[in-house]
Ligand binder design. Structure first.
Ligand SMILES: [Zn+2]
Length: 149
């Protein structure tokens, strides 16, 4: 088995700005990080992963499935509270990294219809930021999650 991006991130081997938003023995969540040299990135773009390297929903234990579902709900709530998102999209494809992850994306008010669904990140008017803005949002999300749990 080759290296896995999500396993590396969880072990602290990949650069992380903003620190994990949530972590326990079953699940892990973090904001999508900017690549070095990349400009600002979409704020409110979160990866929720299992701690175990396992490929998909079909392979989850009941405890993992419950933890993923609960955290997806709480993070969606926190994203709405912290970003003003109107909706929160949740998707999983698993075509690139065979490690279960749910991609949660804040869908902001006023998003033109041509940017709905998988085009959301391309909206030029979406809130974007660098490491500092990501760190500030992660701090807010952690505080909100603590209140919700
Ligand atoms: Zn992995």
């Amino acid at each position: 088995m080759g290296t896995c991006l999500f396993c590396d991130i969880q072990r602290g081997l990949a650069p992380a700005s903003g620190e994990p938003i949530y972590e326990d023995e079953l699940v892990y969540a973090h904001h999508v990080y900017p690549d070095p040299g990349e400009g600002s990135i979409y704020l409110g773009h979160i990866m929720l992963e299992t701690k175990r390297h396992t490929p998909d929903f079909a392979s989850l234990t009941p405890d993992e499935a419950q933890a993923v579902g609960l955290l997806a709900a709480l993070l969606s709530n926190a994203l709405k509270a912290c970003t003003g998102a109107e909706k929160v999209y949740a998707v999983f494809y698993g075509e690139v990294t065979p490690h279960l992850h749910v991609i949660l994306t804040a869908r902001y008010p006023g998003l033109p219809k041509e940017y709905w669904r998988w085009n959301t990140l391309s909206w030029p008017d979406a809130p974007r930021g660098g490491p500092e803005e990501i760190a500030a949002l992660c701090q807010q999300l952690r505080a909100t999650l603590a209140e919700l749990r």
